[in-house]
Design a protein around this ligand. Sequence first.
Ligand code: BTN
Length: 265
Amino acid sequence: MPFLKPKILRFESLPSTNTELARLASEGGEEGLAIVADEQTAGRGRLQRSWSSPKGAGLYFSILLRPEMPTDQWPLITFMAALAVGDALNEGGGVTTDIKWPNDLLSGERKICGILAEAIETPAGRAVIVGIGINLTNAAFPSELSDVATSVSEASGQEPEREAILAALLRALPRWYSLLNEPGGREKIVAAWSSRSSYATGKLVQVSNGDDVWQGTTCGVEPDGALRLDTGNGEVKLVRAGDVYKVRSSTTGGHGGPPLHLRRE
Ligand code: BTN
């Protein structure tokens, strides 16, 4: 497994760094090819959402990986990326972060970074584009999201330095990607992710996959990255996709209440 050597292409404006990198990957782009844009006009988020990406307000970054591990382990790539972003925000932005499953970086319980990993088919084999969007200032997101979103500038109280954060990210990604690919590395990635996430264990949450909403207490992460949810009736549900929301215990009738499974109409 060669050491990851990011090679950066810079753009003033792109529809989406993920989309552009997928195009380059299909033309033979190598592992480590990466894109940074000053703005995105059609930035994309998880679960088909859009990602607001005004000029200069965020770090909009994507990197191409061509992993050799079995595809059922690929969710760990997003764990690896979340660990790298956590280091980058700490070293380059002076911000300490929590991780919300699967890979939202939070500061003070508000989202500061989102990660969109997309598996693609290319002539050279399956690949993954890891897209990272970091809010540098509050101009990165609409003001109505200010209860749930934050930025490096708000969290650190300092002028954010995009290049310092990017440089730290480019140091951190090869480090964590090497660990992921070492023998025993996947277990170490899950352990490191769990140690940095207040959501890994003992958090009362609701999980929504678009159709269903589940409520329970988190009780660890499976070796493939699935979140374990104790729904309260002796059953542990494994969550592989969806959104996780912290629940205030006063709204649930307490920890010992009946298991909840709501289906959206
Ligand atoms: C999320 O929904 O939390 C994931 C957001 C990912 C946004 C980044 S910004 C750079 C890259 N290009 C995109 O279009 N999306 C990702």
